[in-house]
Ligand binder design. Structure first.
Ligand code: PLP
Length: 413
């Protein structure tokens, strides 16, 4: 073991000196988490209002999930898929029954889940739809966020994600998000194999499309024999008030990509769900991952999803999300600093009335931290609020009180 860190300053200096500078964290150093709370090295307690970008929906260190992790870790952690293990099949059955698909494929990070979806969509396009070899097109949306691999960023429209990292992977076409005419036009191209969208654009700043958009997308996909590939990595697992955000419009994607909260923040697990018609286009040796489908992940995912169901976290997110947005709407009337609030369930954001280049939202987050609530701006002037779904009504009100106090006392420099 190495020596222990004893102060926030020391931890931050170490990361700055030895770590790549690919993040710009809020300057707090956390050492413990339980439920909706974090504690920093100096012992200060905070509400977590990010949930590790919606990976900790079940709350930090949920005892049942940690229990499953410990029990399985003591038995068997990794076999690779060179051999069978006694947990994977059970987890596969569990997730197929939970999400209503014939097959599933386990990976690790969300980006890998999307990469897997891209490969499946393309192979389905060639072998089932009859698209000429190497001509398959995947239609993605402006302002999407699907991860950081070179293929995934090839479909990005964010200059920060792309500049300096080319050349890019061909085969993506970009359309406006939330535009049904744009889908009518691009999906009629016979070389399109999939439409790849998020049901709510989380990283972009919690953009909720108009009611009916997802249903229309599904209908237009069906009409044109195009797969609907839904990235529910951030929106899935009860975050928006239903198990999947697609459920709000009774949409059933052909390819469903999940990640983050599948493990309650304990392990990187991602998952691609599809029926045989799509999943069976890939055979042995055509895709895989050393850690994907390991028995530790299999044990954890079953417990983490069962916690979501047993504790009715989707229902809690739906109910408390409404209260949260009502409180923020009331705040808009009291403060010129907050322009609007948007979201679904407990995936919400407020837009700060200042330019994306200003430091206002960042400085508000620093003040929130001082007052015991951790959140982070996205795209400059948007602050996302996404607490663990185990939060209670009293706690939501207490957090709204903190946000209100900070905003009302805040002065722009
Ligand atoms: N897709 C969406 C919608 C996301 O929000 C994220 C992460 O924030 C990803 C993909 C990438 O997941 P990961 O960071 O696990 O690769």
């Amino acid at each position: 073991m190495t020596e222990a860190i004893t102060s926030s300053k020391e931890a931050i200096e170490l990361e700055k000196k030895y770590g790549a500078h690919n993040y710009d964290p809020i300057p707090v150093v956390l050492t413990r988490g339980e439920g909706v709370f974090f504690w920093d090295i100096e012992g200060k307690k905070y509400y977590d209002f990010l949930s590790a970008y919606s990976a900790v929906n079940q709350g930090h260190c949920h005892p049942r999930i940690i229990g499953a992790l410990k029990d399985q870790a003591a038995e068997l952690t990794l076999t690779s898929r060179a051999f069978y293990n006694d947990k994977l099949g059970l987890a596969e059955k569990y997730v197929c029954e939970t999400f209503g698909y014939q097959k599933c494929l386990f990976m690790n990070s969300g980006a890998e889940g999307n990469e897997t979806g891209i490969k499946l969509a393309r192979k389905w396009g060639y072998t089932k739809k009859g698209i000429p070899e190497n001509k398959a097109i995947i239609v993605a949306a402006k302002k999407n966020f699907h991860g950081r691999t070179t293929t995934v960023i090839s479909a990005s429209t964010d200059p920060k994600a792309q500049i300096g990292f080319g050349p890019f992977m061909p085969g993506f076409e970009i359309v406006d998000y939330d535009s049904i005419p744009a889908l009518e036009k691009s999906l009629s191209n016979p070389n399109v194999c999939a439409l790849w969208i998020e049901p709510i654009q989380g990283e972009a700043g919690v953009f909720v499309p108009s009611d009916g958009y997802l249903k229309a997308a599904e209908t237009i996909c069906r009409k044109n024999n195009v797969l609907l590939m839904m990235d529910e990595i951030q929106t899935g697992i009860a975050r928006t008030g239903k198990m999947l955000a697609s459920d709000h419009e009774n949409v059933r994607p052909d390819l469903l990509i999940l990640g983050k909260a599948l493990s309650g923040g304990v392990l990187p697990i991602s998952l691609v769900m599809a029926d045989d018609e799509v999943m069976m286009v890939m055979g042995p040796g055509e895709h895989g991952s050393t850690f994907g489908g390991n028995p530790l992940a299999a044990a954890v995912i079953m417990e983490a999803l069962q916690v979501i169901k047993d504790e009715k976290l989707a229902e809690n997110a739906m109910r408390l999300g409404k209260i949260f947005r009502e409180r923020m709407q009331a705040l808009i009337k009291k403060s010129k600093l907050v322009e609007l609030v948007r979201g679904k369930g407990l995936l919400n954001a407020i837009v700060i009335n200042d330019s994306p280049q200003s430091k206002t939202a960042w400085n508000i987050c620093l003040e929130l931290a001082k007052n015991g609530l951790l959140a982070k701006p996205t795209h400059g002037n948007i602050i996302r609020f996404a607490p663990p779904l185990v939060i209670t009504e009293d706690q939501i009100h207490e957090c709204c009180d903190i946000i209100e106090k900070v905003i009302l006392e805040f002065t722009v420099n």
